[in-house]
Ligand binder design. Structure first.
Ligand SMILES: *[C@@H]1O[C@H](CO)[C@@H](O)[C@H](O)[C@H]1NC(C)=O
Ligand SMILES: *[C@@H]1O[C@H](CO)[C@@H](O)[C@H](O)[C@H]1NC(C)=O
Ligand SMILES: *[C@@H]1O[C@H](CO)[C@@H](O)[C@H](O)[C@H]1NC(C)=O
Ligand SMILES: *[C@@H]1O[C@H](CO)[C@@H](O)[C@H](O)[C@H]1NC(C)=O
Length: 355
């Protein structure tokens, strides 16, 4: 089982099921001469007519996208601008997504919309296709922090590209803290069943969840758990809430440092979670840490595998994480089996609509 514990199984080791296919403009190669002058004139006048008249009837934007300028606008959109646009009560909810994970993003968003927190969501796009797609449907809610990682290699779990991709996360989070916001980070293979904010009690620096599947008593301690077999804890880097305090910033800096001192190697095939755990271990004395209740934030290794426990804790679950499973299709199937795959029937509830 321990092999699962240090994995971040959102990203499947399978090859990318939705290869990035840049939509090249299918430019018509037909020679002009094929179009008679009258047809051309007719077309031109039709275009002018549409352009002049339709806006008066509130023609939807997509009919006349000013593509070049809007793309340029989002390319230059900064994290500071984006955070200031989405923040409510000084709080931003962020995820980091590349194009193959758009269905998961949408599923997660539907569940957040049901808890009325969607306005605070900022999607950190890890490729330009995602940046443009999200902002086209939901202007201002996606930002790309350059340089964009190489999207072809980014999703292969255990690869160096995947490591590079996840290594960007503590930098994004530190940046948002330095801008002065509270930040909640979520992986997008999560579903909210209740509003998680009432669980963020007190005034601690960093809140997180345990990735261990062993059942704990309902009144378990909120301290950092003792280290496990590998000498470190198994805290999940999948859900983190932080206040913009020196303590929280210190944890992010330490996380970045730990990723640098234990870089990716073929032998280890590391991901970002052990480094996060070492960062917590090394800063524990200086930072106010808070372990969230297991009943509300169970690991997928518990929620999807122990029916008795799920029944016993019915009504207490806030966020469900679809981890302890590898593979894009398997994750979707599991969400479907548990009634948590919302995108097929409830896409209109998402601010992105149907993708
Ligand atoms: C902001 O805070 C107020 C007061 O605590 C609360 O009622 C409201 O729901 C919060 N808004 C959001 C979007 O969290
Ligand atoms: C990952 O990052 C390292 C260090 O910045 C770089 O040398 C390497 O080419 C990157 N690899 C991939 C696959 O993105
Ligand atoms: C940090 O890790 C070391 C080595 O496993 C362990 O002895 C120590 O108790 C840990 N500290 C905390 C605060 O968890
Ligand atoms: C499943 O949950 C029940 C009820 O909480 C618990 O007693 C049992 O030990 C759990 N089983 C496993 C395999 O963890």
């Amino acid at each position: 089982m321990s092999q699962f514990l240090h994995q971040r199984p959102l990203h499947s080791p399978l090859s990318d099921p939705y290869p990035i296919s840049p939509r090249t403009l299918a430019s018509s190669q037909r020679p002009m001469s094929l179009l008679s002058r009258t047809t051309l004139l007719l077309l031109l006048s039709l275009l002018v007519l549409l352009g002049v008249i339709l806006p008066w009837f509130g023609a939807p934007q997509f009919m006349f996208p000013n593509t070049t300028s809007s793309l340029a606008k989002w390319r230059d959109y900064t994290l500071a601008q984006a955070a200031s646009f989405v923040a409510k009560n000084g709080t931003v909810i962020v995820c980091a997504v590349s194009q193959p994970y758009l269905p998961f993003l949408n599923n997660w968003l539907i569940s957040i919309t049901r808890q009325k927190h969607q306005d605070q969501v900022l999607v950190i796009a890890e490729d330009y296709a995602t940046l443009y797609k999200v902002n086209q449907k939901w202007p201002g809610h996606a930002v790309l922090v350059p340089p964009a990682p190489d999207s072809q290699t980014a999703h292969k779990f255990g690869s160096q590209g995947f490591f590079n991709f996840t290594s960007r996360r503590p930098r994004h989070l530190l940046h948002i803290l330095e801008l002065g916001y509270n930040v909640m980070y979520n992986d997008v293979d999560m579903v909210w069943l209740r509003d998680p904010f009432p669980y963020l009690k007190g005034n601690h620096d960093v809140y997180f969840t345990d990735d261990m599947a062993a059942v704990k008593p309902l009144d378990h301690s909120h301290d950092l758990p003792p280290p496990g077999k590998k000498g470190r804890t198994y805290i999940c880097s999948c859900m983190i809430y932080m206040r913009p305090t020196d303590g929280a910033k210190l944890v992010m800096k330490k996380w970045i440092e730990e990723l640098q001192v234990q870089p990716w190697s073929k032998a280890k095939k590391a991901n970002d979670q052990p480094a996060f755990n070492w960062a917590l271990n090394k800063t524990a004395g200086q930072v106010d840490l808070y372990l969230l209740p297991q009943a509300a934030f169970p690991t997928g290794g518990l929620y999807f595998k122990n029916k008795t426990w799920v029944q016993e804790t019915k009504g207490m679950h806030a966020i469900i994480h679809n981890n302890y499973i590898l593979g894009f299709e398997k994750k979707i199937k599991r969400f479907q089996d548990f009634g948590l795959w919302l995108v097929d029937d409830h896409a209109p509830e998402s601010p992105l609509g149907r993708l």
